[in-house]
Design a protein around this ligand. Structure first.
Ligand code: GLC
Length: 562
């Protein structure tokens, strides 16, 4: 990578609230429980708005809270407009929305438009008969034939994200339906204009109810490969089913659907959209997020799943930045409800918890991109580890475990194989205080509290000026004070390696700043002159040592005038 490239001329960014906002993702069932049933709920969130305001975030992304049998914790919606009774009522949503408004905070809600629950009225109607008026709302296909035992043969070899075939047999109507995730999540037929119109209505209704935008679940999977072709079999592979990976994404006429959705829902309104977009990166993000495209405002980039080092993080981000500068606006995140805890994935929670968590915070909050924090990152929560599969709740973890055991793996080995990547790592209840229920609930939580999280509770973190929480708050405040941290050009100061150093250029009256990150547990030499000013804008060690960067040291300082 070449450092200090001559910046190509490009128009200055037009400011927008969603470029400047720092978002905080809430996974409602694990955030705060107001009524003692062990499940986090909307009033629980409303009760924590002062906490969020104090942290300094600007907007929430709320994972699904709609009516759902919760086979996939709400990503299986049975009524798009209803609120699940476990989470509250419409007036609880209105109270939350009002509480946010009073504090100047915005809200985007999650919408799952690729599939519904099999308990959604649309699907119940669709499966009722081949001649149902809603038959064509889902993807029904005849069997390829029947095997010697009379069992129907599915149309292809596609493996679902949560194990098994993507095709579920419906004996009464003698057809398969498509489910890219689980049989409880049948895929909608986006080719049908009535389906699209109904989904646009859903989005418009939530906008009228106060949402400032949407996080759109697996939105680039809504168009399917024509003819449902088999996944090509790698040589020597004998598995009956093969994962789709990127073959599930980006099929035509996806961009027509997104442009139509933009026209029908977003045009003329100040609503933000961010897509969960697997298989979108520097090569194709402009097709989705280019300012001239009128599709999505933002896309999530999933390299954080496979790029554990600082160098890889920087290189991936910088590639995206170079491809999109002046043409679209990026997002950055380190984790979400589907990933491991970012501190365990990237940092060193055992030996350098504070320094590595605050270095990650510094990275997340000093890039020309909209940052998305995941609940608990501000407390420095790390991965969990349960001893029994019965304590895990995530459909993917549990199904993977049972598939491994059915294939002959020992239960201990199967548990070990699913534990590290389990989505439950990020889904256990937040610890709020030192009480037995950790202030999350007075009842039995729906998933066990992680013992390792108890000491990191929010009450203690707020009271401790040196906490990870207070470092996040300082960084979030700095991002507001120095708009160069949002809009200024990004330039690497050195070839990224164990140390990452970059400059954010001046923007308007805001000066340029340097960010230096020692992304690892070994001391390193300063790669650039350390700050001359005794008080950098932010540092995660008390005093700067001018000769050595200590493990996970992160420093932000105004570029000296010379
Ligand atoms: C997305 C969600 C995930 C869910 C899946 C199916 O990847 O983030 O939690 O299981 O879609 O809706």
């Amino acid at each position: 990578m070449s450092t200090n490239p001559t910046p190509s001329p490009c128009p200055p960014e037009t400011p927008a609230w969603w470029k400047e906002a720092a978002f905080y993702q809430i996974y409602p069932c694990s955030f705060a429980d107001s009524n003692g049933d062990g499940i986090g709920d909307l009033p629980g969130i409303t009760g924590k708005l002062d906490y969020l305001k104090r942290l300094g975030i600007d907007a929430l992304w709320l994972s699904p809270f709609y009516t759902s049998p919760k086979a996939d914790n709400g990503y299986d919606i049975s009524d798009y407009l209803g609120i699940d009774p476990d989470y509250g009522t419409l007036s609880d949503f209105q109270a939350l929305s009002a509480g946010l408004g009073q504090r100047g905070l915005r809200l985007i809600v999650d919408q799952v438009l690729n599939h519904t629950s099999d308990e959604h009225a649309w699907f119940i109607e669709s499966r009722s008969s081949r001649t149902s008026p809603k038959r064509d709302w889902y993807l029904w296909v005849d069997p390829k034939g029947f095997d010697a035992d009379g069992r129907p043969i599915p149309p292809n070899n596609w493996k679902a994200a949560f194990e098994g075939s993507t095709w579920t047999w419906d004996a009464p109507t003698q057809q398969f339906y498509l489910n890219l995730f689980s049989p409880k999540q049948p895929d909608l037929n986006w080719k049908n204009p009535a389906v699209r119109a109904a989904l646009h209505d859903v989005l418009r209704t939530w906008a009228q109810r106060g949402a400032d935008g949407f996080r759109l679940d697996v939105i680039n999977m809504i168009a399917k490969a024509d003819g449902y072709p088999d996944v090509p079999r790698p040589e020597g592979n004998t598995d009956p089913l093969l994962p789709l990976n990127c073959r599930a994404c980006n099929h035509p006429p996806l961009h027509d659907y997104l442009q139509e959705m933009h026209r029908e829902v977003f045009a003329g309104h100040d609503l933000y959209s961010v897509g969960e977009t697997w298989c979108v990166d520097a090569d194709n993000t402009l097709d989705f997020t280019g300012y001239d495209r009128n599709e999505l405002h933002g896309a999530f980039y999933f390299y954080f799943h496979w790029a554990p080092t600082g160098r890889e993080q920087f290189e991936n981000f910088y590639k995206l930045y170079q491809a999109t500068r002046g043409k679209s606006w990026l997002t950055v995140t380190l984790g979400n409800h589907d990933s491991r805890r970012s501190l365990s994935k990237f940092g060193d929670p055992i030996h350098h918890r504070h320094a590595s968590a605050t270095l990650l915070a510094t990275w997340l909050l000093t890039l020309p991109a909209t940052p998305f924090l995941f609940q608990g990152e501000e407390l420095g929560l790390s991965d969990i580890s349960f001893d029994r599969i019965e304590d895990y709740r995530d459909i993917q973890t549990v199904n993977r475990y049972h598939t491994a055991v059915a294939a002959g793996t020992s239960p201990e080995a199967a548990l070990a194989s699913v534990r590290e990547d389990s989505r439950d790592n990020g889904r256990t209840p937040l610890p709020w205080d030192a009480s037995p229920g950790a202030g999350f609930s007075t009842g039995q939580p729906w998933i066990p509290l992680a013992e390792v999280h108890r000491p990191q509770h929010a009450a203690g973190a707020i009271a401790n000026p040196d906490s990870i929480f207070n470092a996040y708050a300082a960084l979030l405040a700095l991002r507001k004070r120095f708009k160069s941290l949002i809009y200024g050009d990004l330039t690497p100061l050195i070839e990224p390696g164990k140390v990452i150093a970059y400059r954010r250029g001046a923007w308007g009256e805001f000066p340029s700043v340097h960010i230096v990150l020692n992304w690892g547990s070994e001391p390193q030499a300063w790669p650039v002159p350390p700050p001359t000013d005794a008080a950098p804008l932010f540092a995660n060690y008390r005093e700067t040592d001018a000769t050595t960067l200590r493990p996970w040291e992160a420093v932000i300082f105004v570029e000296s005038a010379k």
